[in-house]
Design a protein around this ligand. Sequence first.
Ligand SMILES: *[C@@H]1O[C@H](CO)[C@@H](O)[C@H](O)[C@H]1NC(C)=O
Ligand SMILES: *[C@@H]1O[C@H](CO)[C@@H](O)[C@H](O)[C@H]1NC(C)=O
Ligand SMILES: *[C@@H]1O[C@H](CO)[C@@H](O)[C@H](O)[C@H]1NC(C)=O
Length: 349
Amino acid sequence: MLSITKSALAAAWLWSSLTLAFTNPIKTLNGSDPQMVYDNGYYYLTSTSWTTVEITKARTIEGLKTAIPTVIYDDKSDPLRTRNWWAPEIWRLNGRWYVYFSTSINGTWGEMLPSLTQWVLEGGTGAPLDEPFSLVGKIRPDNYHGGMLDGTVYNIDGQDYFIFSSVASDDESPNGASLWISKLLDPTTVGPATMIAYPEFDWEHEASAVLEGPAGITSPSGEVWVVYSADSCNGPQYKLGGMKLSPGADPLLASSWTKLQEPLLVTSVENGLYGPGHNGFFKSPDGTQDWMVFHANRNSNGSCDAKRQTFIQQVQWNEDGSPQLAPPLPAGTEIQAPSGECKKRSTLA
Ligand SMILES: *[C@@H]1O[C@H](CO)[C@@H](O)[C@H](O)[C@H]1NC(C)=O
Ligand SMILES: *[C@@H]1O[C@H](CO)[C@@H](O)[C@H](O)[C@H]1NC(C)=O
Ligand SMILES: *[C@@H]1O[C@H](CO)[C@@H](O)[C@H](O)[C@H]1NC(C)=O
């Protein structure tokens, strides 16, 4: 009897784990500029919380909605860390966890933007939240002097690169906030940076000339893509575009990158998502699927504030090798959880 009950329970558990689903939005406050990783049974989600660096941990995507975030860093003793704690990203590099984020001084926008500084936190080698994170310092290419934000890490052919957005750097980025890349010599040091993209298409500067929020993703056939956010985050014109590295070309040369002529993800009035952007990519727990986390506003009045919400949906691949990110699915759509989610929860057997 007992064994029958046990196997019935196991079957019920297996069924529920196979049919796991979630609905968006994941975060309704401070959910902008999200990024996440999956590590050993848990998702770790970060987003802009303005005054701290926080990480939310859960076994399931649905669970991220109610999990209490852990503040991993909030030291404001340096005036450069007074305001605008933006876009933290967590990465495991050389077996250890690192978090990159930006902050600025207080003041007018004209004063704050050029002061935007990228910082590196160093954590432990176990699970991301097992050990405390401590500040290593600033990360800044020697040849770049403007405001830096939205730094991300992308491993291309075995070499880690640091890609960031420039802001208020008229000498270095005369065409508006642009994307820059440098080699990550070690997790806390970068080599010289080069600009690889600036706002040029009409859809990249309808309201303001901005490229930001870079996120790397490699296609199943090995194509190297950087997806980026374009235009002002202050309205429905915010969107995602993409650029591809020519096979085998040097990522540090602008000429190695080719932009898609059309954006990859834009506002869907029909589906009620406005200004979808600033995404991060992650793999399903079993490594077979690509997913993305991004933010969007829920009405056309939305701006670049803490009311931007976090959404998660699967990435597909187009015949031409480009990532298929559209359409942004309506809030409340039941989405099948990433493949392999929750498998490690079983304790019945
Ligand atoms: C959300 O952001 C606001 C600033 O816009 C901040 O004051 C508040 O502490 C944040 N809340 C959480 C839960 O992070
Ligand atoms: C920034 O400066 C303004 C104006 O002086 C002040 O009201 C505000 O409290 C300051 N904010 C912080 C976080 O220091
Ligand atoms: C947008 O703002 C306008 C003016 O404040 C208001 O009339 C309108 O209802 C708002 N729309 C939404 C969808 O919140």
